[in-house]
Design a protein around this ligand. Sequence first.
Ligand code: FAD
Length: 390
Amino acid sequence: MKNEYDVVVAGAGPAGSWAARHAALGGARVLLLEKDREIGLPVRCAEGAPVDQLHALVDVDPGWIAREIRRGIIVAPDGREVEAWSGEKGYILHRKLFDAGLAQRASEAGAEVVTKAYVSGLIHNNGKAEGVRVRQLGEDKEIRARVVIGADGIESRVGRWAGLDTHTPVAEMESCVQMTLGNLDIDPETIKIWVGRSIAPGGYLWLFPKGPGWANVGLGIAGQYAAKKKAIDYLKAFVERMFPGAAVLSIVAGGVPTGPQLRTIVADGLMLTGDAAHHTDPLSGGGITNAMLGGKLAGETASDAIRHGDVSVRFLKRYQNAWDRARKKDLQLAYKIKKIVYDFDEEDLNRIADVVLALPLEKRTNFAIFKAALKKHPALVFQMAKVWVK
Ligand SMILES: Cc1cc2nc3c(=O)[nH]c(=O)nc-3n(C[C@H](O)[C@H](O)[C@H](O)COP(=O)(O)OP(=O)(O)OC[C@H]3O[C@@H](n4cnc5c(N)ncnc54)[C@H](O)[C@@H]3O)c2cc1C
């Protein structure tokens, strides 16, 4: 590690590695710092990613893929299975290999990657970020940088240190827990989602196959419910009921921000990206490809800023504008849908299942579902309409 770089990135998840790679490709001298001793571990993720979005962002190494998924099923509260889509649509990744692979790609582009390097503070000068404090192998260091990129995930502190408003209301934070289960009798090409307040209030439960006989099975519940009954208790009850003979290979817990994205993600000399910027999809909780896209845009803006000799908030706002153009509308819509759908009671969800099951698979588009629901359950449609009407 040197004492000075053009760009320092805190956190080597998908956002940080992709920011580091793209800043280095733009000609910047880049340092990528990761607090854990091994990039990609621990895995706090169900590891699902949309095929088309991933290929648009990276030349995918086949070794990163645990499973190709061809079918998605939603299970209504009354147990009926509704096929939501079929065809080649998703990957279940090996996040450990994937995250390590992305960091490797960052280093191939010229970024220096250092693990066991905990970013413990920002260096400020008149409100402008000018570097970071790092604790590495028991030693404290100060690293100067013209741009700092905070890609330090859901527990992000970089934004707070820079004075940005990173607060998340409890109701907008999903409390997640996941078991990797073995000894399962499942279709390894089908993901399943269970919905309903008794299973996962304010969220959903997922089964993402990693291969024949094993899968990530987890759930997220909205923060306000977690005080009454913990996410792990919902998951244990489900696993005991549905998979009594399963082997529990691992258990992880984590949070996912499911509110609106942060209003401001840039400051003088500083940008936030990935979960640190609350760039997860509020409805699905997915954040891998958003983190990579945000990282790419932040990295490109950082190297442009270095070339122009202007790292002011005014210049770095180009990153926030590029992000907003690419994803803001979609995430706002997902947020609106989440607010409505997570409010449905189990009867409402069963009625929606009636409507969808009555449509042939190839006709199950949002519009067709909406039209069919309008005929059968006008009151339900009134609720659903709130999503489309401002
Ligand atoms: C249970 C669960 C299931 C999920 N399932 C999916 C899914 O199936 N599909 C999907 O797309 N998304 C999923 N997500 C969300 C997804 O994991 C995140 O959106 C994604 O990892 C965000 O990437 P990131 O790089 O922003 O953050 P992270 O992947 O969290 O990376 C941040 C990195 O920063 C490091 N770091 C933190 N603080 C410091 C510091 N001070 N100094 C140095 N390093 C630091 C961390 O160690 C970590 O390596 C899930 C999340 C959870 C909790």
